[in-house]
Design a protein around this ligand. Sequence first.
Ligand SMILES: Cc1ncc(COP(=O)(O)O)c(C=O)c1O
Length: 475
Amino acid sequence: MNYKELFIGTDLYINTSDQKKTERIYLDSAASNLALRSSQEISQEYLNYYANAHTKVHAAAKFTTELIVWAENTIKNFLGADDTYSVVFLGNGVTFPLNRLALGLSKLRPEKDTVMISSMEHHSNDLPHRVNHEKVMYISGFDEKGDYIGFDLAEIEQQLESSNGKVNYVAITGASNVSGEISPYHEIAKLAHQYDAYIIVDGAQLVAHASVSLVNKEDPLSSVDFFVFSGHKIYTPGSPGVLIGKKEILAQMEPIFYGGGMVSSVTLKDFTVAEHLSDKEHAGTLNIPGIISLGCTINFMQHVEMEKVYAKEQHLINYLYAELSQIPEVILYPNANITNKVGVICLNLQNIPHELTSLILNDYFGIAVRNECFCSHPFVKDCLVEELWDIEDESAVNLYRGMVRVSLGLYTTEKDLEFFVQSIKKIIGNIDFYRMQYELIDKTNYKHKDFDNDLKDYFDIEKKIKNYYEKSYSS
Ligand SMILES: Cc1ncc(COP(=O)(O)O)c(C=O)c1O
């Protein structure tokens, strides 16, 4: 199947510094992946029947309510969650559900004042837990020598044991946005439950890349209590953040947002919070088109089958890893060949700042990657520690505090990765030329001396609006 055609933006041509239009290669899917065209089109079509939910009296409102329930059930089914789970839509990405859980669970079990997280988390799966609990226990992904080991189950168990039942929950990533490693979240769930702690899995980097099953029927202790993800990381920009959680726990949590829709009765003196979880958690009007387009994407992914998605990505990421590890000037992070991972690789080119590499990739080759620390400062720092010590010119250290991240989506092809590898080789071979084209504009940021991409050359938003206005005015 030609997956590229199914997504919006895979045929984008951008200007490169040689004044040519170059096909853009999108390797920044871990930040946000590109939009699945069918979901956007179908949800656009749904707008013909758009109305607010919260009533079934008129036809469009009834249709909308039905579609929201359909999206909830589609998500549950996709994630192997049964009727003991409920789906909550919150904010724009995974950060909102994580904050909701941190606040709600800390109030629910104040006697358990400790959380366990790993030092490999995105800040969104660290800071909300930190600020809502007295104490944080960190699981390190590195051994005493500083070598990467990933999640060490023995260390987790030992820490849980030493906490004397004080750990409220363990919050871990499903797959890392730096190493790409898929965590053994079922095993960690089992350990957490043995010590009366809940488990939260941050599925932001997992959900679009591998199949997930929250329930483990054979071993219920290893089932997951809470799973969160962002629609924009599963091909659906404009959709909300999603929380799938155990009903029995959600039901005990106080709401954090108050207003219309989440109450069953209100007087000037009092109010009663709605019993139905979906009402209780959803104050105000939902992002209805976003929920419907997310339901469409998830349903589409079920047709594609996640096992096939995973297998395709394994082939590509193994190919990329093998190619890059043959280039002596490429440093790969963390320093370990991870076998169970999603399509993410972080790297640096020896003695070339990450920002410069990323700019050259964009400006000369039309390749979009992300650089810096990917909102995972502690993890990136742990990976870089030795190299930073080796830099003799102290004033240059800031330039090397980060990495380049290449991340894949369903639309990524081997040809894209071949081109990436060739481009990396060209950068290494011609680095003196490239360096001369850029100037440092502050301590860490470079700028091309005579090239930049101008948004208006691509997308003049006000001109488009004016065109629409003039067309409707003249008709
Ligand atoms: C593992 C992980 N968790 C959380 C987040 C935050 O996601 P969002 O921006 O959708 O809230 C990200 C974003 O990159 C991530 O990769």
